[in-house]
Design a protein around this ligand. Structure first.
Ligand code: SF4
Length: 311
C-alpha cells in the first residue's frame, strides 16, 4: 500500500517536471522566434494526435501567465475519413472551455476520386487541407496559425531533404505561408517527441488514430525516424546536438555560393568565422556540446501512442 502511494507520488512528481520542461521549451521557442505578440489571435490546428493536444495545453497554460494578451481558437478539420470519431474533439474542447471550430470538408472523397488505387494520397490530401486551413484562418480573423510539429519532426525533415532532396532544408519554427497571407508558427519546435509522448500518455488524451484514411505511412520518413531513435538510444545527446547545429549554421563553411559570397574572397579580404581548419588538427569534442541528460530520461520506455484505444 505504502509502496503504491510512493509510486503515485513519484509519477506525479515526474509528470510535473515533464510539464514544466515542455512549458519551458514552448516559452523559449515563442520568445526566440517572436512567435506570439500582444493581441494575436492564434488558430491552433488540432488533429487529435498527441502533438496537437500537447500544443493546445501548453499554449493555454502560457496564455494564463504571459505578460501579453492573446487568444486561442482550436480548429479541427473533419476530412470525412471513414470511421472518424467526430464526437471526440467537440466533447474534449467543451470540457476545456476553449473556443473552437470544427470544419467539415470531404477531402477524403476528392482524394479517393482523383488518385488511382495504390498511389500515395498524402500530397493532394495535405494540399487540400492546407488550403482549407488558410481559408479558415482568414474567416476566423486569426493572426497566426499554430502547428504541432516538434523538434524530432524538424530533424526528420532535415534528413529527408538531405538524403532524398539534395538540400539542407528543415522545417522552420516560423514562416510566411506560400500564399503570403498567413504566419505559421510551430511552438513545439524545441520539444522532444519522447517528452510529448510520455506527457500525452499521462494526460490520457483521447487520441484519434492518424491512419483512418488507409494510406500507408511515408516509408522514407519512417526509416529516418527509426534511425534517429536508434541514434538517440546509442549516442545520447546526438539529437540535441544536431538540433543545436541547425541553429548554428556557418554559411562561410558550407558550399552554397548563393548563400555566401565565395567569389568575393580576394587578397585583403577579412577572415570569416575562423578561417580554414583543414591544415590544423581540429579539436572535436568527445561528448555532445552543451548537452546534459534529463534525470527522468531513463525511467520510462517509449510507448507507442498509435496503439492506444479511442476513448
Ligand atoms: S495519411 Fe491520410 S489523412 Fe494524412 S495526409 Fe496522408 S492521405 Fe491525408
Amino acid at each position: 500500500m505504502q509502496q503504491t502511494q510512493e509510486n503515485t507520488k513519484k509519477e506525479q512528481y515526474n509528470l510535473n517536471k515533464l510539464q514544466k520542461r515542455l512549458r519551458r521549451n514552448v516559452g523559449e521557442a515563442i520568445a526566440d522566434y517572436n512567435m506570439i505578440e500582444d493581441g494575436d489571435r492564434i488558430m491552433v490546428c488540432l488533429s487529435g494526435g498527441k502533438d496537437s493536444y500537447t500544443m493546445l495545453e501548453m499554449l493555454s497554460s502560457l496564455q494564463k501567465s504571459a505578460p501579453i494578451s492573446f487568444s486561442l481558437v482550436a480548429v479541427n478539420l473533419d476530412q470525412k475519413q471513414p470511421g472518424f470519431p467526430a464526437h471526440i474533439l467537440p466533447q474534449y474542447l467543451e470540457t476545456l472551455g476553449v473556443e473552437y471550430q470544427i470544419v467539415n470538408e470531404d477531402t477524403y472523397s476528392i482524394v479517393k476520386d482523383k488518385i488511382p488505387e495504390g498511389k500515395t494520397t498524402c500530397s493532394l490530401c495535405s494540399r487540400l487541407r492546407r488550403g482549407i486551413l488558410y481559408r479558415t484562418a482568414s474567416e476566423l480573423g486569426a493572426t497566426k496559425i499554430a502547428l504541432g510539429h516538434h523538434r524530432d519532426d524538424i530533424l526528420q525533415t532535415l534528413f529527408l531533404n538531405m538524403f532524398y532532396g539534395g538540400k539542407m532544408k528543415g522545417m522552420p519554427p516560423k514562416l510566411m505561408s506560400d500564399d503570403g497571407k498567413h504566419i505559421v508558427i510551430r511552438p513545439l519546435a524545441y520539444c522532444r517527441e519522447k517528452d510529448i509522448e510520455r506527457f500525452a500518455i499521462a494526460r490520457e488524451y483521447p487520441i484519434i488514430p492518424c491512419n483512418l484514411c488507409g494510406s500507408q505511412p511515408n516509408l522514407q520518413r519512417q526509416v529516418i525516424a527509426d534511425m534517429l531513435r536508434d541514434w538517440d538510444k546509442r549516442y545520447p545527446g546526438r539529437i540535441e546536438t544536431m538540433f543545436s547545429a541547425m541553429q548554428n549554421v556557418v554559411p562561410s563553411h558550407m558550399a552554397d555560393h548563393a548563400l555566401f559570397d565565395f567569389k568575393g574572397i580576394q587578397h585583403g579580404s577579412e577572415v570569416v568565422d575562423g578561417g580554414d581548419l583543414a591544415f590544423d588538427r581540429e579539436t572535436v569534442p568527445t561528448q555532445p556540446v552543451g548537452w546534459q541528460p534529463e534525470d527522468d530520461d531513463e525511467q520510462q520506455p517509449m510507448q507507442r501512442l498509435d496503439v492506444l484505444e479511442i476513448k
